[in-house]
Every structure is written in structure tokens, then in C-alpha cells.
Design a protein around this ligand. Structure first.
Ligand SMILES: NC(=O)c1ccc[n+]([C@@H]2O[C@H](COP(=O)([O-])OP(=O)(O)OC[C@H]3O[C@@H](n4cnc5c(N)ncnc54)[C@H](O)[C@@H]3O)[C@@H](O)[C@H]2O)c1
Length: 385
């Protein structure tokens, strides 16, 4: 009989929907020895949550998280709520012996990340933080190439995560409040970039950084009962932004490489511009999310007359990571496909009694880099991670 893993997704908006779709993809295309059942969708507003549960194909809906964590018929939780809910929800789920896949950044503060990483380690449950970019085929290939030594010793990591949605008069949401989000662009998209730097180049030992808040107040938002996002409430009242809109950091890695990391919500014209380059002794690689089926590779060991950047299409079945699971070679994947890839790691670990990455310990390493970047901004000097 097919094993069923029963799961609850908490949060009904952007990430709740992305996770629900990723679970569907996982069931359709992957050779998991189980079916992941979308058992409950949990939200805040009853009418909205009910409607979303129907649209996304959940068996049930709920607006009471506490009643879900004690249920015996739920095995795993996807925490897709704002950052300020992650600590309590993930901790409660782990204590109730549930597997937890939590959105990023794991917590607003490094202290909460420490407590959660410790609790997760003690729990015996599978814990993973949702840095989906690690699960893009081109990023996976980059990691394999570095591990095989194709780049030799690493010299540089040059990474940027550039968006421009912060420009204009977008309303005051949880993303602009330090006690709710922990940090601005640094925590929101910077955490993804830091995860990639750590995944590909290893530990960062110290950083020197600066941050900036370009728009210091924003109009209070209209509360529609299910996440407060973009529209001003028309009252004319303003909320004070106490997180960064952008950061730039120089970083030193334990492996000897040096690098730059940058993220912004004010990068004019960039909608979701995640790019990195890694230079090594024997070669270099370059990735651009806007061309996510490609990895650029420069082989510095080739005869000089033949050297040049080459474009690798990462869709070759049996050769490239995750290729062939869905479509034939050259039939390209998109941003959302990384979710099923990351969920495959999570649910395989549950089935096999192993563990998956990036786990809450990895999230703590990211939180420590974020913390060092903030300290460096205020001390105006290098800070140890
Ligand atoms: N991996 C990615 O690419 C990516 C992209 C965007 C956002 N995120 C992360 O995903 C998380 C959610 O982001 P979002 O854009 O979906 O946020 P959002 O504010 O649009 O939606 C949050 C959802 O959580 C629900 N919620 C809030 N408190 C709740 C509670 N106590 N119980 C149940 N539901 C509750 C809200 O009602 C809403 O449905 C954040 O941590 C964010 O950083 C990740």
C-alpha cells in the first residue's frame, strides 16, 4: 500500500501557494515512495483560507494553528508565514514531533535561530529551511563542479540579489519592521544570497558592511484580514521603516577566498536579479537567475587559443541535476520548479530517517552572517562571524 505523508501548509499567500504547487509537482514527477497529502491549509481569515484551500486542493482548512500541531494525523508542517511567526510555529511543531520545513529567514534574531537550531537537533525530526535557490539545477551543477575541483582553489565570490519593488509608495508591511522581519533586504533576499555563498564556498569568517534605508517612512497599509501587503489605508498616517532597504558587504571565507555580497529593494529595473560569479585557480562560473537553465563556465586550463566562456544548458537527462524528471532535454524549467526539488530532499529524509539540507543549523550560520553584517554597519569596521 502506498505510504501517505500528511502535511499542513501554514500561510495562504505567495509562499503558501508556491509550496502547495510544489507538493503537487513532487507527487506528479518524482519517484518518492509515498504520496504527500495536502491535508490542511492554515491561515488567518476564515473565508479567504477556505477559498484558498479549495482552489489549491487541500482536504481541509483551519484558522487555528495550535489545534493542528497536536493532531496525530499530521506528519509535517510547511511554515510559510511572516518571519515573526517562524520561531513559535516551528518550535511548537518540533516539540509536538512534527517534521518542519520553514521559510527563510528562519527567525528575526540570531538568538532565536540558535534556540531553534538546538531544539531541531534534539528533536529527531527532519528540519529544513526553504532556500530553494540551492535546488536549481544550475546551482546544483555549480556545487558539483566546485566539489570536483574544476575551479581549483577559490579566489572570489561576487554575488548580488537585486530587486526594485521597494521603490515607489508601497505600503508599510511586516517586511519594513525590524521586530517582525529581523532585517530588510538583508534578511529577506540577502539570506538567499548568503546561503548560496556558504553552500558554494564554505564558511564566511568576517565581514565589513554598510546598509542604507532610502525610504524612511511608508503609508500604513489596509488590513484585508489575510496579510497586509501593498495598498495604503488612505488615512495619511505613516509607519517608520527601521530595516535596511539595501546592504553591501565584503566578506572573507575560511577557504581563503574573498567576496562581495549585495542586496537591494531599490535596484532600479531589477525585478528578481539574483546573480553570482565564482573565480578559481582553474576556472570560473557565473549564474544569472533570469537565465536559470544556464550555467556559464570558463575553463582556465584549456589551451589559451580556445579559452572563453561557454554556456551549459543544464537540462541533459542523466547528467544534470534533476534533468529528465519532468521534460526532455532543452524543455526548460522555471523558478517554481525548484520547490519540488527542495521538497524531494525534505520528504526523502522523512521516509529514509535521514536529514536534509539546508537545515536549521545552516539557517543559524546564515543568521550569524546577517548579525555580523549589521554589527559591522554600526561599528564601521570588520566584524567576526
Ligand atoms: N523562498 C522564496 O523565494 C520566498 C519568496 C517570498 C517569500 N518568502 C518567505 O516566505 C514567508 C512568507 O512570505 P509571503 O510573501 O507569503 O508573506 P505574506 O505576508 O504575503 O503571507 C503570509 C501568510 O501567512 C499568514 N499568517 C500570518 N500569521 C499567521 C498565523 N499566526 N497562522 C496562520 N497563518 C498566518 C497570512 O495570513 C498570510 O496568508 C516569509 O518568511 C518570506 O520571507 C520566501
Amino acid at each position: 500500500m502506498t505510504k501517505i505523508i500528511r502535511t499542513a501548509v501554514v500561510g495562504t499567500r505567495f509562499m503558501g501557494r508556491a509550496h502547495a504547487a510544489g507538493i503537487d509537482d513532487l507527487n506528479r514527477f518524482f519517484d518518492l515512495d509515498a504520496v504527500v497529502e495536502k491535508t490542511v491549509l492554515c491561515g488567518v481569515n476564515e473565508e479567504h483560507t477556505k477559498q484558498m484551500a479549495e482552489t489549491l486542493g487541500f482536504k481541509e482548512y483551519s484558522t487555528d494553528f495550535q489545534s493542528l500541531i497536536v493532531r496525530d494525523d499530521i506528519d509535517a508542517f510547511h511554515i510559510c508565514t511572516p518571519v515573526y511567526e517562524h520561531f513559535n510555529q516551528s518550535m511548537a511543531a518540533l516539540l509536538c514531533k512534527k517534521h518542519v520545513l520553514c521559510e527563510k529567514p528562519l527567525t528575526p534574531t540570531v538568538q532565536e535561530a540558535e534556540a531553534l537550531a538546538y531544539a531541531a537537533g534534539e528533536s529527531g525530526m527532519v528540519h529544513q529551511v526553504a532556500h530553494n535557490y540551492r535546488y536549481m539545477p544550475a546551482v546544483r551543477l555549480a556545487a558539483q563542479m566546485i566539489k570536483k575541483g574544476l575551479l581549483g582553489d577559490l579566489y572570489h565570490f561576487r554575488g548580488v540579489y537585486a530587486q526594485d519593488w521597494g521603490m515607489g509608495d508601497g505600503a508599510f508591511s511586516w517586511r519594513f519592521q525590524k521586530d517582525k522581519a529581523g532585517a530588510g533586504a538583508l534578511g529577506d533576499i540577502g539570506s538567499h544570497l548568503i546561503d548560496l555563498a556558504l553552500y558554494l564556498c564554505g564558511d564566511i569568517t568576517r565581514v565589513a558592511a554598510t546598509m542604507q534605508t532610502f525610504k524612511k517612512e511608508r503609508p500604513l497599509a489596509a488590513d484585508k484580514g489575510e496579510g497586509i501587503v501593498k495598498e495604503a489605508d488612505g488615512s495619511g498616517q505613516m509607519g517608520i521603516v527601521d530595516v535596511d532597504d539595501a546592504f553591501c558587504a565584503t566578506a572573507e571565507f575560511a577557504c581563503g577566498a574573498i567576496g562581495t555580497l549585495e542586496a537591494s529593494r531599490f535596484a532600479t529595473g531589477n525585478k528578481n536579479g539574483l546573480r553570482f560569479e565564482i573565480d578559481g585557480e582553474k576556472g570560473a562560473i557565473s549564474f544569472d537567475l533570469m537565465k536559470l537553465n544556464e550555467l556559464q563556465y570558463f575553463d582556465a586550463t584549456a589551451p589559451r587559443a580556445l579559452q572563453g566562456w561557454r554556456t551549459i544548458q543544464v537540462t541533459e537527462e542523466g547528467v544534470h541535476p534533476y534533468a529528465g524528471l519532468r521534460w526532455p532535454v532543452g524543455h526548460q524549467l522555471g523558478w517554481a520548479d525548484s520547490f519540488a526539488n527542495e521538497f524531494y530532499a525534505f520528504y526523502s529524509a522523512i521516509l529514509n530517517g535521514t536529514h536534509s539540507t539546508p537545515d536549521f543549523g545552516d539557517a543559524l550560520r546564515i543568521a550569524r552572517v546577517i548579525d555580523a553584517i549589521e554589527r559591522s554597519h554600526y561599528s564601521q569596521g570588520f566584524e567576526e562571524v
